[in-house]
Design a protein around this ligand. Structure first.
Ligand code: GLA
Length: 374
């Protein structure tokens, strides 16, 4: 009698556990992804939603390794650039394929900034400037992963006081969700124990035809912005907010990336194409549309929404075919584009730009959603 009721209880518990799992928005599985230079094991997490979209994310650098979405006929393709194995990300970190970027996304001029009267020196890893968090940014760290009960993946990284020259112990938590509305949602949060600066983003390169399937020049792009931040020769913003109207930087109406990219324009020459920060039109801090991208041959559409004030639209100008990515595809110039939602580059040295300072007791939050339609 007792054994029977125990067995019943066990069966009921198993049923409950099973149904919780079935009700979860996203299915998640995980596997080993390789060994880091420090000898730790990186994992890869596969998130699948009810429509069959699939995102594979590793806790090494929080990298989005692959992202499969349907075309207008339902055929799936992997729409992000990356490597098949961890070794590729370790040997070629600098294009930042798919990675989480921190502590400071994009550039800080002269690799230094002053905060509360103290000057902090950073690694100059991009000419005389600091790019994407320095020599060993968050893209090269092994994050602590936790599978959330709702099917999301939580990644946590503690960046020590002084790491890459930045002040304060910073705890960064990044949650990835693949929703049943076909969104890859990234929620960033952070706290610090000393005043510091912070600019977190994701550096996925998209090609909505499918990764390795040629260049991105035919993609139609709309950027929800009236202004951008022009740059100097080192790609550091000059401080000016310049109107896009009447320039090749006007994407307020959808236009193919390639239409004006080779125009005789000083800013395009400096970036070797588009590699600039657009000042997003926004009212308040809510999640709002930053960009819409349409790939006419496949019918894939991607909408990017964010709580951030800016977006770096980068057209893969520095890719040159030397990197062999997934399936052995050579990533040539302009084979992918990035929409890196962010605070403006060099904000720590530009008092008029929205502040990137985080203080003890404050909680930093930021959300970016990549939504796939067809
Ligand atoms: C960012 C920068 C680019 C380039 C890429 C990585 O988007 O703005 O200039 O450094 O990262 O190659």
């Amino acid at each position: 009698m007792e054994a029977l009721s125990l067995r019943r209880q066990l069966a009921a518990t198993l049923f409950l556990l099973g149904s919780i799992h079935m009700n979860a928005a996203t299915k998640m599985t995980s596997a080993d992804f390789g060994t880091t230079p420090e000898g730790a094991t990186a994992r890869i997490y596969t998130l699948t939603n009810k429509n069959g979209l699939e995102a594979r994310i590793t806790n090494y650098g929080g990298i989005v390794v692959s992202l499969k979405t349907p075309d207008r006929n339902g055929a799936m393709a992997d729409v992000v650039l990356g490597f098949d194995a961890l070794a590729g990300y370790i040997s070629s970190p600098s294009p930042y394929l798919g990675a989480l970027i921190g502590r400071y996304g994009n550039r800080i001029g002269h690799a230094r900034f002053t905060l509360d009267g103290v000057e902090y020196k950073l690694a100059a890893n991009n000419g005389e400037n600091s790019l994407h968090g320095g020599t060993h940014g968050f893209n090269q760290k092994l994050w602590t992963a936790r599978e959330l009960p709702d099917g999301g993946l939580e990644l946590t990284y503690l960046s020590k006081d002084g790491e890459e020259g930045y002040p304060g112990n910073l705890k960064a938590v990044v949650d990835y969700h693949l929703t049943d509305s076909n969104e890859l949602r990234i929620d960033y949060s952070a706290t610090t124990d000393k005043d510091t600066v912070l600019n977190l983003t994701n550096h996925s390169y998209f090609n909505l035809k499918g990764q390795g399937q040629g260049d991105i020049l035919g993609h139609l792009v709309m950027l929800n912005a009236k202004q951008y931040t022009p740059v100097d020769a080192g790609l550091i913003p000059t401080g000016e907010l310049r109107a896009v109207s009447g320039t090749p930087f006007d994407f307020s109406r959808s236009i193919a990336i390639g239409t004006r990219i080779e125009q005789n324009d000083d800013q395009l020459k400096l970036g070797k194409g588009y590699d600039h920060n657009w000042v997003l039109n926004r009212s308040g801090k809510a999640l709002s549309l930053a960009a819409r991208v349409v790939e006419p041959s496949t019918g894939r559409v991607m909408e990017v929404s964010t709580t951030e004030p800016g977006v770096q639209f980068y057209t893969g100008n520095f890719l040159d075919g030397t990197i062999k990515g997934k399936g052995g595809k050579a990533y040539q110039q302009r084979y992918g584009f990035c929409l890196e939602t962010q605070h403006f580059p060099d904000s720590p040295n530009k008092p008029k730009f929205p502040s990137t300072v985080l203080k003890p007791g404050q909680q930093f939050y930021s959300t970016t959603v990549f939504k796939f339609l067809k």
